[in-house]
Design a protein around this ligand. Structure first.
Ligand SMILES: NC(=O)C1=CN([C@@H]2O[C@H](COP(=O)(O)OP(=O)(O)OC[C@H]3O[C@@H](n4cnc5c(N)ncnc54)[C@H](OP(=O)(O)O)[C@@H]3O)[C@@H](O)[C@H]2O)C=CC1
Ligand SMILES: CC[C@](O)(C(C)=O)C(=O)O
Ligand SMILES: [Mg+2]
Ligand SMILES: [Mg+2]
Length: 408
């Protein structure tokens, strides 16, 4: 069911007014108002269809496909405290997600402990973040013994190598939680096969753990996916949604373990990371070969994209970004977009297949299990930082109005 015509036009009018508001504060206030119209336009959630305990979702129409979306305002903190009053969250691993989810759980006043390798990089980092050895910072094994919700946030490669040991702690009555479908879906490659008598769920923030934390501190929340791999208690989905809220999500979408891991591995190799890096580099190189200065090549490739045009797409959509650019730009970009689509389509097809058939998983496991994987990654990312384009970027960023050359 789509929104009734009068609410659709009210939504459009509100969004137009928001986009046209001159002052930034006014613009964000109007945008909030516009979002409320969108909310009001959403059809009422068919609560009868869900278990009594799984509440707080709206069924929204995504271009003709109806999907459930759970929102944080339906999961107040007092309710989360009540829900988790008998639980101990054992956060196993303290990388980007461990840091973000762990600190959010702690700030939410929930009972959370961290389990990492003693004296490793994560142990040091956890102490820096205020976790105290023997009080709420333990070895992986100790934390897994104490926890009722075992949050496996070790690297995907480590989830596989530690499973023979860790699985001993995954016993009836505990919940096994991941932030990725990786280990369970690719069980042939990872060896991770959970015992049949525990709930196995995921809540996967759709963004970096750093953003999970910064959005939470700003009083907002990240979008996350939830899924159930095994439901022995009948409570698995509800538990996943509640955990997603507790770790700092704003809106939560349902998926499956398989769909989560396929889309995630595909997206990060594609547009989100690998694709954009390759596209920036190719455009920059052609500009440089044709005699453009480094600053011009960088500004016309990265800085304008990141500081001006991409935020417009993010706030209001691709069509809005087009309308905010010149008629000349619009003509050329509209003509060239299908060329880029055609050139990229076979690459994306090949990438999806490489994800689906496990090639990407095997590569991640093989690389992530090398003893020196951190140094190897550092070498490769340092090499990116050392490319002319990103050395130029360092100088350009320092000249942004909010930094005024401070880093030079
Ligand atoms: N990064 C992100 O923002 C996102 C990650 N995810 C998922 O969340 C999970 C965690 O990812 P992320 O937070 O990035 O962490 P990382 O992939 O960076 O893994 C880091 C953690 O794994 C530990 N680790 C690595 N090897 C071993 C080992 N052999 N034995 C014991 N511990 C080991 C590290 O401990 P030590 O310091 O001691 O080496 C560290 O605590 C993954 O499933 C990932 O796919 C999901 C959404 C986004
Ligand atoms: C895009 C990379 C990511 O999938 C993420 C931050 O969502 C990851 O695995 O880190
Ligand atoms: Mg990922
Ligand atoms: Mg991701």
């Amino acid at each position: 069911m789509s929104a009734p015509a009068f609410t659709r036009s009210a939504t459009r009018a509100a969004l137009r007014a928001a986009a046209q508001a001159s002052k930034p504060q006014l613009r964000s206030l109007s945008l909030l108002a516009a979002r409320n119209v969108v909310r009001a336009a959403a059809p009422a959630a068919p609560r009868f269809a869900a278990p009594a305990s799984v509440r707080g979702y709206k069924t929204l129409d995504f271009a003709g496909t109806k999907e459930k979306v759970y929102s944080r305002d339906e999961y107040p903190l007092e309710q989360l405290h009540e829900y988790f009053k008998n639980d101990t969250f054992a956060l196993l691993g303290y990388g980007s997600q461990g840091h973000g989810q762990g600190l959010n759980l702690r700030d939410n006043g929930l009972n959370v402990i961290v389990g990492v390798r003693k004296d490793g990089e994560s142990w040091r980092q956890a102490i820096e973040d205020g976790w105290v050895p023997g009080k709420n910072l333990f070895s992986v094994e100790e934390a897994a013994t104490k926890g009722t919700i075992l949050m496996n946030l070790l690297s995907d490669a480590a989830q596989s190598t530690t499973w023979p040991e860790l699985s001993k702690f995954v016993v009836k009555g505990k919940t096994l939680y991941f932030s990725h479908g990786f280990s369970c879906v690719f069980h042939k490659e990872t060896g991770v096969i959970p015992p049949k008598d525990v709930d196995v769920i995921l809540a996967a923030p759709k963004g970096s753990g750093r953003t999970v934390r910064t959005l939470f501190k700003e009083g907002r929340g990240i979008n996350s996916s939830v899924a159930v791999f095994q439901d022995v208690t009948g409570e698995a989905l509800n538990r996943a949604v509640n955990i997603a809220m507790a770790v700092g999500s704003g809106y939560v979408y349902e998926t499956t373990f398989e769909k989560e891991v396929y889309s995630d591995l595909y997206g990060e190799r594609g547009v989100l990371m690998g694709g954009i890096q390759g596209m920036f580099k190719a455009q920059y190189e052609v500009l440089r070969k044709n005699g453009h200065s480094p600053s011009e090549a960088f500004n016309e490739t990265c800085e304008e994209a990141l500081m001006s045009l991409f935020p417009l797409i993010g706030e209001h959509g691709m069509d809005y970004m087009y309308k905010a650019c010149s008629t000349t730009a619009r003509r050329g970009a509209l003509d060239w977009a299908p060329e880029f689509e055609k050139a990229n389509l076979p690459v994306f097809e090949r990438l999806y297949e490489s994800v689906r058939n496990g090639t990407e998983t095997r590569r991640a496991l093989e690389f992530g299990n090398r003893k020196d994987y951190r140094e190897q990654y550092d070498k490769e990312t340092d090499a990116i930082a050392d490319q002319e384009m990103w050395r130029v970027g360092h100088v350009v960023r320092a000249l942004r109005p909010d930094r005024a050359g401070k880093a030079l």
